[in-house]
Design a protein around this ligand. Sequence first.
Ligand code: ADP
Ligand code: MG
Length: 257
Amino acid sequence: MNSIVDVKNLTKSFDGKKALKAINLVIEHKHMTALLGPSGSGKSTLLRHLSGLMFSDKAGGGEIKVLGKVVQSHGRASKDVRHCRSQAGYIFQQFNLVNRLTVMTNVLIGALSYTPTWRTLTGQFTTEQKQQAMAALERVGMAEFAHQRVSTLSGGQQQRVAIARALMQKAKIIFADEPIASLDPESSRIVMELLRDINQKEGIPVIVTLHQVEHALNYCQHVVALKEGEIFYQGESRELDRKAIESLYRGADKVIE
Ligand code: ADP
Ligand code: MG
């Protein structure tokens, strides 16, 4: 079987400073994987590369495959990059929903292969798509809010809508970048349980960046930890060397953003 993620020698520099330093990372299973590491260790940069939203250095930047397809190679998009992007559901800390639109419309946007403008949205979805969007909302427990504007929802509810949008997109892999960093503990629990449930029942691999080791232990079977742009640890979370991971955060100026 193909690996879920296969990163070879990935290097990314910003203004001459290396944010990712020749990273090699293979993830072969479909379990939920936590990406840990202090602020600035390169977690978001790595996720953006995996999803084809950002490109590596052109000289010696390495190669990235996701779900068996090359996303990019030495800073250049592969011929499959659009396909790779359409397969990757991306969940952001700040939800990235369109506030003035309804919950339903935000989910329907997941069915589009382009970024829509407000005007082009009206009346362009089929009945079948609307049924699928409603099913996705039911899946995340948000169906009763379908016709409300996103701006009326709490952060936890918005994150569930963002997950429904990824389901509507028929994402084959989900990258979640600090999905609970802006949420209260109860909403965090609901969102993490939902991601875990989708991972287990729908079989969609989830790679999630987290700030707290505790969350990784509670929800993820697998852990990858970054330190200053390098892989510091990779393994099963039940075998996690907690002390080693916690030492990562020592001296970090901010653990929780
Ligand atoms: P994390 O998500 O682990 O907090 P990031 O991936 O955001 O870390 O950042 C890793 C490093 O790369 C940091 O030093 C950060 O300042 C730098 N960096 C990230 N994105 C950019 C960017 N767009 N421009 C310049 N520097 C960046
Ligand atoms: Mg980040």
